[in-house]
Design a protein around this ligand. Structure first.
Ligand code: FAD
Ligand code: SF4
Length: 409
């Protein structure tokens, strides 16, 4: 097998790392390709994961450390699938690799970062912190090198002067070609970004999304007060189904009709953890339906027993968020109380945002696989072949046995 030939190409995040590990351990030569500067996808942003309470970064680090030990698995970051042709067993793939600019570590790298004159909001923390144009994506990210954000870098070269040949600002993108036997697509999702003004988002600074709330919780670890924008948070309203199960109306041109399926569990888990860490914070949950399926129903019951207030709003009449005498208000009808109005004054509103397909149009065009309703990649059959496409194979451990036959013979 040539240097540029791989049994399997894996595209994407934590599911990609797990797939690459499993395949490498079965003796396959694996190429893992990630578009961002570090691998692990969205898991790294999670404060504490339901159900085991582990930090997202720790989960990513553990899996990456394992993968690094496998010499039959190669990781390419800042790399995107550019062109694919061929068929199962014989794909030809072009991958565009963006420059890393930082080529190796250097004892004075910290100084190089400090001297950078550009400071911007750090998107990893949803702007709750800042970073330089040259920066580490997050503590423990892999590769363990800083990245340079060319959208904001002004190419002054101050950083490069400190670390000599460890930084090369003149690097250019490269197109590499690979032959691969099979492709696993784990390109994930992106959280729904509310429109400005939707439930007060971007209108009032203390209306934030669930992913941002997770970063706030992470950055607040260790203290016994939850501080947002310099003020203590003593009451929170969670507003569910934002960007999920949307109802079409005149002001809503694009709707996500599907249930995002993670958000009820994720929010109620956080409600329980919040209670442990900040027992004084009052919690109000404005929901349409609570879909904590299976054993997670117990979490919902527990949150109620612990004092969280649940308000069921009508399907076609979600809550209103507005300001009254500089205080944030959330107001809704309560279906359980026969439609009576509930009005709460709170310090923070957390919009429980759903998920949307991430670049799936682009990836489905390149790979020649179809996208289904809602825009997510279409499985061959939702019940019988839920992780396969009609073109290529997305494999479970059992199916990997069949892959061996496909690729090796
Ligand atoms: C607020 C929040 C809280 C959550 N809480 C929990 C929890 O408590 N417990 C839990 O189990 N789960 C939780 N989740 C869900 C969890 O984040 C996801 O299940 C998990 O991240 C999915 O992993 P993935 O690898 O499928 O996709 P992702 O993490 O989305 O990774 C996909 C990767 O693919 C890359 N990619 C996309 N397109 C391309 C391309 N064309 N070329 C190369 N790379 C590409 C992306 O850059 C990304 O890194 C939560 C999610 C959110 C938003
Ligand atoms: S070259 Fe870019 S990254 Fe380096 S110091 Fe200047 S602005 Fe910062």
């Amino acid at each position: 097998m040539s240097e540029n030939s791989y049994d399997v190409l894996v595209i994407g995040g934590i599911a990609g790392i797990e797939s690459a590990l499993t395949l490498a351990d079965m003796g396959f030569k694996v190429l893992l390709v990630e578009k961002e500067q570090s691998i692990g996808g969205r898991t790294a942003l999670i404060w504490r994961t339901h159900p085991d309470g582990r930090k997202g970064v720790d989960i990513v680090r553990e899996l990456v450390n394992e993968l690094k030990k496998r010499d039959n698995a190669i990781i390419l970051t800042k790399s995107e699938i550019w062109h694919v042709e061929g068929f199962v067993g014989n794909f030809k793939v072009k991958v565009r690799v963006e420059p890393s600019y930082v080529l190796k570590n250097h004892p004075r790298m910290k100084e190089a970062i400090e001297i950078c004159p550009i400071t911007v909001p750090d998107e990893f923390n949803y702007g709750l912190t800042t970073r330089k144009a040259i920066y580490y994506p997050y503590e423990g990210a892999y590769p363990e090198l800083p990245d340079i954000d060319m959208r904001v870098c002004k190419l002054c070269g101050d950083c490069a002067k400190i670390v000599d040949d460890a930084i090369n600002l003149a690097q250019k993108p490269m197109l590499h070609e690979f032959e691969v036997g099979a492709i696993i697509v784990t390109t994930g999702f992106k959280p729904y970004e509310p429109k400005p003004g939707e439930f007060g988002y971007k209108e009032y600074k203390n209306v934030i999304t669930l992913p941002m709330f997770d970063r706030l919780l992470d950055l607040s670890e260790g203290g016994n007060k939850l501080i947002y924008e310099g003020e203590e948070v003593n009451s929170i309203a969670f507003n569910y189904c934002v960007g999920s199960r949307q109802v079409k109306n005149d002001s809503n041109d694009k709707v996500n009709e599907y249930c995002s399926r993670y958000c009820c569990n994720a929010t109620i888990y956080r409600a329980s953890e919040l209670k442990k860490k900040y027992p004084h914070i009052k919690q109000y949950h404005f929901y349409r339906d609570i879909r904590t399926y299976g054993v997670n129903e117990l979490l919902y019951l527990k949150a109620g027993e612990e004092g969280a207030v649940f308000v069921k709003y009508p399907d076609d009449e979600p809550p209103r968020v507005y300001k009254e005498n500089s205080k944030l208000v959330i107001e809704s009808k309560d279906v359980v109380l026969g439609g009576d109005k509930i009005k709460d004054l709170v310090d923070l509103v957390v919009l429980v945002t759903g998920i949307e397909p991430y670049n799936s149009k682009k990836i489905s065009d390149i790979l020649g696989i179809s996208a289904g309703k809602g825009g997510f990649l279409q499985e061959a059959h939702p019940k019988l072949r839920p992780v396969e496409t009609l073109k290529m194979v997305f494999l479970s451990r059992v199916q990997l046995k069949h892959l061996e036959l496909l690729v090796r013979h």
